[in-house]
Design a binder for this molecule. Structure first.
Ligand SMILES: [Zn+2]
Length: 248
């Protein structure tokens, strides 16, 4: 048994109500060769995963592979939009593609172009959800998403909720790559975030396959094994959480 997961194991053992989790893997379109090993781990444990793909980084062979992965998964793999080009447009401060320096027209054009590209390459396997690069966007983005028919927005739980009726927010609460400075293999911060799981909200876990080597996948598999085997853990697709009316 993996000792680093003891804090989460205790929370799961003690809860009277099941806890919901979802996994969001970002930056699909980059580091393609590391995506399949990650998807294999999820398939082996029968745990669902949502892929946040960059429209501008999609190319036909990758799109074909993604469509096949979705078809094979029997509903366990979802795909949604991760920005447009994953490009920073802020000249100062925190990076953002959909930040305060972009007006509504710029943002709308990116969202529409991204969706068009998604529809052309992926067809109807795309979920109407949006993850902004760096987990950041403005209220303008939220209003545009709603106008364009997007149903859900996923950012970091540290960002204040937009609270726009009709736009579900499914933030991530755990960054798998969050490590103490100078201790790249120390999972204590990840464990602490996981142990903050509560029945009243789903716990989103953000991954970046591009930065996950075999050793990282082994550690992740320890988490997947715990969640797959524990009576109190429910791993869901984002679409299932939205359908069930979860928010926040
Ligand atoms: Zn990203």
């Amino acid at each position: 048994m993996s000792a680093w997961l003891d804090p989460l194991r205790r929370v799961l053992d003690e809860t009277a109500v099941a806890l919901s989790f979802f996994f969001r893997d970002d930056d699909v379109g980059r580091g393609d060769d590391r995506l399949t090993p990650l998807l294999d781990r999820f398939a082996r444990r029968a745990i669902p995963i949502d892929l946040a793909a960059i429209p501008q980084a999609l190319h036909p062979p990758l799109a074909d592979a993604l469509r096949r992965a979705v078809a094979r998964s029997g509903g366990a793999v979802g795909i949604h939009m991760h920005g447009f080009a994953h490009m920073n447009h802020e000249s100062a401060g925190r990076k953002a593609e959909f930040g305060t320096s972009r007006d509504a027209a710029d943002q709308r054009r990116d969202l529409e172009d991204g969706r068009r590209r998604f529809e052309a390459l992926l067809g109807d396997v795309v979920a109407p959800f949006f993850t902004p690069p760096w987990n950041r966007c403005t209220e303008t983005t939220g209003r545009l998403l709603r106008e364009l028919g997007f149903q859900a927005l996923s950012r970091d739980a540290g960002e204040p909720a937009l609270g726009l009726p009709g736009l579900v927010e499914l933030p991530v609460r755990v960054d798998w790559l969050r490590r103490p400075a100078a201790s790249p293999h120390d999972l204590s911060l990840v464990a602490a975030r996981l142990a903050a799981a509560r029945p009243e909200r789903p716990t989103g876990i953000m991954l970046h396959h591009e930065r996950m080597d075999e050793d990282e996948l082994e550690r992740l598999d320890e988490l997947l094994a715990l969640l797959a085997g524990h009576r109190a853990a429910r791993c869901r697709r984002m679409a299932a959480l939205v359908a069930d009316g979860w928010d926040g």
